[in-house]
Design a protein around this ligand. Structure first.
Ligand code: M6P
Ligand code: ZN
Length: 187
């Protein structure tokens, strides 16, 4: 099968906010869609009941999910905590494990959590200008470790796909909490 011949395009990426215009998809993830991700179930339930806050949004200009294409999207994670644990993305492996990803930090501060199926783990601090490489076979999740929205650009292969199942059942080996001394990664 040959790759779809697309017309070239250029988008406007706001380097200060992460807004991508135009975009064809915007996914907003509210806290209720992150069930089981945070350690403190009672704090989670109370925050969902009190208004179910927006945790993060992803904007993307869609291209076909096929080999050879590159998917570009931005993610903006709001500042906030659930029982002291900092707001984060769901996190995923790629369904096609043989695909990597590149992240570029745009705004705020974050931490990229990585983990393999064997339990190896790594944590990479991110800020504006950080280019972080997610090698194939590493699950990845981002955490907002600052006081303002944390925004970053992601580019990954069209055939990668998202596998959320393993993370939903096993989680990551590390959790990141906000403390008076700053963000603290606990394993
Ligand atoms: C980045 C990319 C996307 C991903 C998004 C949110 O922008 O890795 O593929 O969808 O972060 O992460 P998640 O899908 O784990 O919620
Ligand atoms: Zn990914």
């Amino acid at each position: 099968m040959s790759t779809t011949l697309l017309a070239p395009f250029a988008l406007s990426l706001d380097l200060d906010s992460g807004a991508l215009e135009p975009h064809t998809t915007r996914i907003e993830r509210r806290l209720s869609s992150l069930g089981g991700a945070f350690a403190d179930d009672a704090a989670f339930a109370a925050l969902v009941a009190a208004g179910d806050p927006l945790v993060y949004a992803v904007e993307q200009y869609d291209v076909p999910e096929e080999t050879g294409q590159l998917i570009c999207c931005t993610t903006v994670i709001e500042p906030g905590t659930v029982g002291g644990e900092l707001y984060m993305t769901k996190g995923h492996f790629h369904a096609d494990r043989d695909t990597g990803e590149v992240y570029v930090g745009l705004r705020g501060r974050g931490c990229l959590l990585l983990a393999t199926e064997d339990g190896e783990h790594a944590e990479l601090p991110m800020e504006r200008g950080t280019l972080a490489y997610v090698p194939p076979r590493w699950a990845h999740r981002t955490v907002n470790t600052g006081d303002v929205p944390f925004a970053f650009l992601a580019v990954y292969p069209g055939q990668a796909g998202h596998d959320y199942g393993a993370i939903e059942s096993k989680g990551f080996p590390q959790r990141v909490f906000g403390t008076s001394g700053g963000p603290e990664v606990r394993t």
